[in-house]
Design a protein around this ligand. Structure first.
Ligand SMILES: *Cc1c(COP(=O)(O)O)cnc(C)c1O
Length: 387
């Protein structure tokens, strides 16, 4: 082809540009972004082993999957276009009509409503337990029908702690798979457990800078292969540029997580002693009902603190969030900037009043994701309203 160039006209030249030669060993230190939707095929290798089309696989995305599998101590990982795609892809990839899934009311709201509203349309049944009734897990299993137990340890929004070892032990006894959404606890935690599928919203701590949406599933090669096929069907693909940004964000992941955790601990300690704060929920506080279990399962208690303000402060949680000045009223978490939002408004619309009150969600509860600002400035902002 190259020898034909001199005979080509301009449109042909422009559409088949010369390739920059890179000598063996003269590799870029940072992996390039492969923005190609398709790849030319070599006759020297099996087509199965080659990159073909970026909906199926892409070198930049593969790089990210390899990094994520390694830090989570899993055989393989697939990256998808959002945390929600990773969750719905897992459920649709593993379950079929007639199957049964067990989950808990203390999970991310769209995951809960997907199970309740969408899976039911495909005759996939569910049981939703309360985390405090974990002892009912075994009796909820329908032998031969229950295929998956899905949960969060360090739950959204009120930071309850699930006993991971116990859930796995029960699941194994009945040959049921376990998927865990580890978004709140971060990518580096709970890796000591034999969870079949570890799911994360990379939108949060993984990327860490609040500028992309993505998700991942890590686990055994054979399971990931099945889910990869579902991801390809759903077209829940991430683009190479997004993969690159997450890979770049991961380089400072541990620094960010540890710093945000230590700041969250300080903020939680401030809130806990404040008389205008009714309840502070943070697993790093010794008063937290899951504190001992959290210490057993996790090294870092995370960057999210939930609390309930005294009604004398503000009309409701939304007004409180709007009135803060450094801390921004927004959703999401795990970003560099501190973010706060009312929990009832955003995370509980599908729950009944008794579930909400048992879970400690009401018009005065908020969820704060502590960012990388100096903790003294975050506390000063809270103090400006709390007094
Ligand atoms: C945000 C979040 C998700 C969904 O992730 P997206 O990337 O927004 O789709 C899932 N689970 C938990 C616990 C989350 O916080």
């Amino acid at each position: 082809m190259e020898q034909d160039r001199k005979n080509w006209q301009i449109n042909t030249q422009l559409n088949h540009p010369k390739k920059v030669e890179i000598l063996d060993g003269n590799r870029p230190l940072i992996q390039p972004i492969y923005l190609s939707a398709k790849f030319t095929l070599s006759e020297d290798h099996s087509y199965m082993d080659q990159f073909l089309y970026s909906r199926l696989s892409n070198p930049t995305t593969r790089q990210l999957e390899m990094s994520l599998a390694e830090i989570q101590k899993k055989e393989d990982c697939i990256v998808m276009s959002s945390g929600m795609a990773a969750l719905s892809g897992t459920f649709l990839g593993l379950l079929k009509a007639g199957d049964h899934i067990i989950t808990f009311r203390e999970i991310y709201k769209p995951a809960r409503t997907f199970i309740k509203d969408v899976l039911t349309r495909y005759q996939i049944e569910h049981t939703i337990l309360a985390l405090k009734d974990l002892s009912m897990l075994e009796s909820a299993i329908r032998d031969g029908k229950t295929k998956l137990i899905h949960f969060e340890s360090l739950t959204n929004p009120n930071l309850e702690i699930a006993d991971v070892e116990y859930i796995i032990k029960v699941a194994r006894r009945h040959g049921v798979l376990v998927s865990m959404d580890g978004t709140f606890a971060g990518l580096h935690q709970h890796t000591q457990f034999d969870v079949d599928l570890m799911i994360h919203s990379l939108t949060k701590f993984g990327n860490g800078h609040g500028d992309v949406i993505a998700g991942s599933i890590a686990g055994k090669k054979s399971l990931i292969q099945e889910l990869r096929q579902m991801g390809v069907y759903l077209g829940a693909t991430i683009d190479a540029h997004t993969s690159y940004l997450i890979e770049r964000g991961l380089k400072t992941y541990m620094l960010r997580f540890e710093r945000q955790t230590s700041s969250a601990q300080k903020v939680a300690e401030f809130l806990q002693t404040h008389k205008k704060v009714k309840i502070t929920r943070y697993p790093g506080l010794s008063q937290h009902p899951g504190h001992e279990l959290a210490k057993k399962q996790m090294k870092d208690m995370g960057a999210v603190v939930s609390f309930e303000i005294d009604p004398s402060i503000c009309k409701d949680a939304a007004e409180f969030c709007h009135k803060l000045s450094l801390i921004q009223f927004s959703v999401s978490l795990g970003s560099t900037e501190s973010i706060i939002c009312p929990t009832e408004l955003f995370f509980a619309a599908d729950l009944g009043s008794s579930d909400k009150s048992e879970m400690g969600i009401n018009p005065y509860t908020v969820r704060l994701s502590v960012g990388l600002e100096d903790p003294e400035d975050i506390i000063k902002d809270l103090r400006s309203l709390l007094g």
